[in-house]
Write a protein that binds this ligand. Structure first.
Ligand code: F6P
Ligand code: MG
Length: 473
């Protein structure tokens, strides 16, 4: 598939790709260095040989990341990924060779999508080649700490679900009402994507709290920011169902977003007659800061069942000045999450790989997601994943990166249809993409609307305020 336009890259100084190389990536890398420093500092009091070896390895990783920052800032060529026995070394390195031939293998010339995927795979190699940091996720703590600040929104959603329970009969007998609730659930799950830690480099925690506000009023207030809503089409597809009544979630971020994915999945399974099973697809290595890995997935339900997970407002970890969650709110959360646990136990909620999969272990059902490819190459480059998704009644692609990969991160005019932009992937399975916009590529938007927004001077494509619900059958 040869799209008629080029992919985004940082040679355009007005694009988000440029800002990313100049600002966002260095901040993310500095964050990892700081985290490693403090862990090393804690370890330094431990005189055992193992601890001291670990400190030395930690120092070496810090050195590599500092060098990487240096090369990035000076527009040097991207370094080769060392052979660490984990997936895609050859794929990325062959990509670098190709780019070199085109004179595009430096940090300010390489296509953004390739460079960003490569960056997280390269970082992985710095840890995978150590003895003591092999299973270390440099973003794990950040993911968990941010999730702890999402208590208000989580309690509110659990309460919404508890209200459904009392309306179960109405929902079962009134297809129109069920359809309306489905539309609301789609939006709830969509806005869950607004919390993305790789963007925390320019959003404050207050901003994030606002983006997490849930409920009808919050959704209504955001209607103007929803540039496309194919929710009805997705509902029709769901009603037709796949062979197994299965829905797949190609996950994006851990924490609050994963929570909203569970809520949506729970709604589909518990309150609609069309879904019998939900499969969640994680990333096998730390990815784009906040993406879900198997350890994140496995830790989520136990964390939510721990009554002290969301700190009371008096605690310094807490997000708000609100009153502590009432016993009723706590009960609602517990009931809902216990139901999720039972779905996991019975296999109707399932991760696509075993939950205890170690970071970096090869797995043909998941490795495709950490490659550099646009999804129109899925049939060729991720045959096992493509075959598996073929049987799905609906594949929900969460978030911005999935959207960039669906559309190839190509400079499509914004009025290009979603179907045209995702190319040969059309027809493989029903696709629902839920994305808050954090990168330049946008399709499926009216020509006049896009033009008006482009001329407004607002950074609407990348500021995370606008969103798209896109469907292709
Ligand atoms: O645009 C900023 C960015 O970090 C991109 O690098 C990436 O596409 C995206 O945000 C990640 O967001 P999400 O978690 O929604 O995929
Ligand atoms: Mg993400």
């Amino acid at each position: 598939f040869n799209p008629p336009y080029a992919p985004y890259d940082p040679t355009d100084k007005s694009g988000f790709s440029y800002e990313t190389v100049v600002k966002r990536w260095p901040i993310i890398l500095t964050g990892i260095i700081d985290h490693l420093y403090s862990l090393n500092h804690e370890l330094s009091t431990d005189t055992s040989t193992d601890a001291q070896d670990k400190v030395e390895e930690g120092k070496a990783v810090i050195g590599k990341i500092s060098a990487l920052k240096y090369h990035m800032g000076r527009d040097h060529p991207l370094e080769k990924i060392p052979e660490d026995g984990e997936p895609h070394v050859d794929v990325y390195n062959a990509g670098l060779d190709d780019l070199e031939k085109q004179g595009k293998n430096t940090w300010f010339t390489t296509p953004w999508l390739f460079a960003e995927c490569y960056l997280y795979r390269l970082l992985r190699s710095y840890f995978s080649t150590t003895k003591h940091w092999k299973q270390f996720d440099p973003f794990y703590k950040q993911k968990l700490d941010t999730f702890k600040k999402s208590g208000d929104a989580c309690y509110q959603l659990a309460t919404t679900m508890a209200e459904f329970e009392s309306e179960k009969d109405v929902l079962a007998s009134d297809p129109d009402k069920l359809k309306v609730v489905f539309g609301e659930m789609v939006q709830m799950c969509l806005w869950g994507n607004a919390t993305d830690l790789s963007l925390l480099t320019h959003l404050s925690h207050d901003d994030i709290q606002k983006l997490q506000s849930v409920g009808k009023d919050a959704h209504a207030a955001r209607k103007d920011y929803l540039l496309r809503d194919d929710g009805d089409k997705a509902w029709k597809a769901l009603k037709k169902g796949g062979q197994e009544g299965r829905v797949d979630f190609v996950l994006d971020n851990a924490g609050f977003e994963l929570f909203t994915d569970f809520v949506f999945a729970d709604f589909l399974l518990t309150y609609t007659p069309y879904v019998k099973k939900v499969v969640f697809h994680p990333k096998m290595i730390p990815w784009f800061v906040s993406d879900v890995t198997p350890p994140d997935f496995a830790a989520t339900i136990p964390a939510l069942l721990d009554p002290s997970f969301f700190p009371d407002p008096s605690s310094s970890l807490s997000s708000s000045t609100a009153t502590p969650a009432s016993p009723q709110l706590k009960e609602n959360l517990k009931t809902m999450v216990t139901r999720w646990q039972s779905y996991i136990n019975s296999g109707v909620f399932a991760l696509s790989v075993p939950e205890d999969r170690k970071l970096g272990e090869k797995d043909e059902k998941a490795d495709f997601w950490t490659g550099p490819w646009p999804y129109w190459e899925m049939k060729m480059k991720g045959a096992a994943v493509w075959e598996r998704l073929r049987g799905s009644g609906l594949v929900v692609f969460k978030g911005d990166l999935n959207y960039r990969k669906l559309t190839g991160d190509i400079r499509w005019p914004a009025h290009t249809t979603f179907e045209e932009a995702i190319g040969p992937l059309v027809g493989s399975f029903p696709i629902l993409s839920l994305r808050t916009s954090k990168a330049d590529v946008v399709v499926g938007v009216d020509k006049e609307v896009a033009q008006r927004l482009d001329e407004s001077g607002e950074k609407w494509r990348v500021n995370g305020k606008y969103a798209l619900i896109s469907f292709a059958s």
